[in-house]
Design a protein around this ligand. Sequence first.
Ligand code: OOG
Ligand code: MG
Length: 256
Amino acid sequence: MSIDASSLGKLARILDGAARKAVPVPMISLEYDGLTEDDGYAIQRMSMRRRQARGEKVIGMKMGLTSRAKMVQVGVHEPIYGTLTDAMLVPDGGVVEMAAHCHPRVEPEICFRLSAPLSGEVTQEQALAACDGVCAALEVIDSRYENFKFTLADVVADNASSTKFVLGTWHDPTTDVSDLKMVMRAGDEVREGSSQAILDHPLLSLCALASRVPLEAGWVVMCGASTAAVHLAAGMSVELEVATLGRVGFTVEEGS
Ligand code: OOG
Ligand code: MG
């Protein structure tokens, strides 16, 4: 059973507040056990409107849970999407502050940039024709729920755990990204994977997203992580190297 509009608005406020204060909250499905995936997306849209009211601009979307490793790590087995704003973009080589987050983790991704709108059921060729770039990318995720634990509806409401993302150098979108080696070093941890782990081909992640939400020219689309995520800690350097696409990285500071 779906929940009423005023409760959806209240939950959007709670999750937005948790992100701003960097203090995790209990899973909202504990109180609203009939919470559906659609409720989750309604809450996500409302919390994004709160960010936009503060001046943040939507600059893209992200897919999540598009690889087996990620599904297993968080125990949710369906691809989801979230919204990316300009305030989430960290420059390559930039800094991510622990104090601004609840319990951040980092994961290796591939990102496309659109030069034309894309929506509905599209082929890989049509999706590619709408792109003008592809790059190696890192996503920092930060569930606003205690212990990084959630159901499908919870994580959707929480904007698919998105908090920051870092983009490498743009390459020709026709670069073959079907099976690229991806090596992420985060402090002492090394995660190795292939871009093929992302729905069998990162472009299929873009197609899947276009079939669910209309995408705008100029937006970037993160395709989802190829390996499980790694916990961040102050003092860490994080670097991802993707065959052909090159490197992207950031450092982690305590912050205030
Ligand atoms: C959900 C977001 C997953 C990805 O790339 O798979 C995601 C989470 O793990 O908290 O962004
Ligand atoms: Mg991700």
